[in-house]
Design a protein. Structure first.
Length: 261
């Protein structure tokens, strides 16, 4: 039986699975969106669904004050271990992390920008959960502050249809293999992904585990409607990898920026 998403086994190999993800380039895109969409200087960032800190660490290196929040205790544990391993000279440049539920989070302080990167909003699968997540972000943003997020783009998902994928990689810690088997629920705009993980343990003994991730995909008018209902205005929507490119049927991920009103 599959376990809950982002459990211990998945968290322990997460950074190895995504060692090819260009977080630095994505942070370049975030900073460009800050310049285009904000009328104020961005200094503090709330990274919602921060995972192991893939965006939080490079953003902190660039001088931002970053607080990362994730509901997975195992992902936060990995992020905290990475922070503890930093040279003490990093000082205030290091991000901070805490566990928290995106639906109920209330830190009692505002930020200049909030992030929901790597399909975090898509992990909110019901209408109530999507609105709850956006409302939580809005609680931490004064008018004019920004929310940046990426989601799966519905027209492309339906045009391309997800297929089973195998990802395998070698690392100093051993071989890791992940099989992803998707199942579409078109009526609810969901994709149920069954992950099977296989990794080498001590002495080369293989260890296997499974998780089920349910990810929602979104359509443009739907995005705007959710944002408006939570006191945001859509300021930008583009292909994830090119801020100047309109989404097409080949655009699996879109990048959005909204301004709190």
């Amino acid at each position: 039986m599959s376990g809950s998403a982002f459990g211990q086994a998945y968290a322990e190999i997460y950074d190895r699975l995504y060692s090819d993800k260009d977080y630095a380039r994505e942070c370049d895109l975030l900073e460009e969106l800050f310049r285009r969409c904000s009328g104020r200087e961005i200094q503090s960032i709330l990274d919602l669904g921060c995972g192991t800190g893939g965006h939080a660490f490079p953003l902190a290196d660039r001088g931002y004050q970053v607080l990362g929040v994730d509901r997975s205790a195992d992902m936060i544990a990995q992020a905290s271990r990475k922070r503890a391993a930093l040279d003490q000279a990093a000082g205030e440049l290091a991000p901070t992390f805490q566990q928290g539920d995106l639906q109920t989070l209330d830190l009692g302080r505002p930020f200049d920008a909030a992030l929901m990167m790597f399909a975090v909003l898509g992990y909110q699968t019901s209408n109530a959960e999507v609105s709850g997540a956006l409302a939580a972000a809005r609680r931490h943003l004064d008018p004019g502050a920004l929310l940046v997020f990426d989601v799966w783009y519905g027209p492309a998902v339906l045009a391309q249809r997800p297929e089973e994928r195998l990802k395998a990689l070698e690392s100093p810690q051993g071989r890791v293999q992940r099989t992803a088997t998707p199942e579409l629920d078109v009526r609810r705009h969901l994709c149920r992904v069954h992950y099977r993980l296989r990794r080498e343990g001590a002495g080369g003994q293989p260890m296997e585990s499974a998780e089920e991730h349910i990810v929602r995909y979104f359509f443009p008018a739907e995005i705007e409607q959710f944002l408006t209902g939570c006191r945001f205005e859509l300021a930008h929507l583009s292909d994830f990898s090119d801020l100047n490119a309109e989404p097409t049927l080949d655009t699996w991920n879109v990048l959005a920026c909204a301004r709190a009103v």
